[in-house]
Design a protein. Structure first.
Length: 121
């Protein structure tokens, strides 16, 4: 018989009866993971802005992507999400790809882009 966890709506929403002693540890581990990923993204994005580094900005976006994916999947039912829920989660990743493409097109219009590309367009 499953036990319902009300703390977080995640993949560990339902646990077997014999895992009841581990419920607090599971939730704590999830919280630590989410906090770590947010800190990693914040540090990478801050460093990217300070250093004017596109590579660090991509690293920060890569740290945010799993959080957004999981959040969207949880909105659509978490562990019991339908195919449509999974589609929306993957679509959220697609938005990041489109934003990356738009940023590269914007970079191409800047005069500095010629120096980056060795005079080529």
């Amino acid at each position: 018989m499953p036990v319902e966890l009300k703390t977080l709506n995640t993949q560990f929403q339902y646990a077997e009866q014999n895992t009841a002693p581990y419920q607090r540890k599971i939730v704590l581990l999830q919280l630590i993971t989410i906090i770590w990923m947010c800190a990693e993204a914040a540090v990478a994005i801050f460093a990217a802005i300070r250093a004017h580094s596109v590579a660090l900005l991509g690293f920060g976006a890569g740290a945010i992507a799993p959080l957004v994916f999981g959040w969207v999947l949880d909105l659509h039912g978490g562990r019991t999400a339908s195919v449509a829920g999974w589609g929306w989660a993957f679509s959220a990743l697609g938005v990041g790809g489109v934003l990356g493409l738009l940023c590269m097109l914007w970079l191409r219009t800047m005069p500095e882009s010629r120096r980056l590309a060795g005079g080529k367009r």
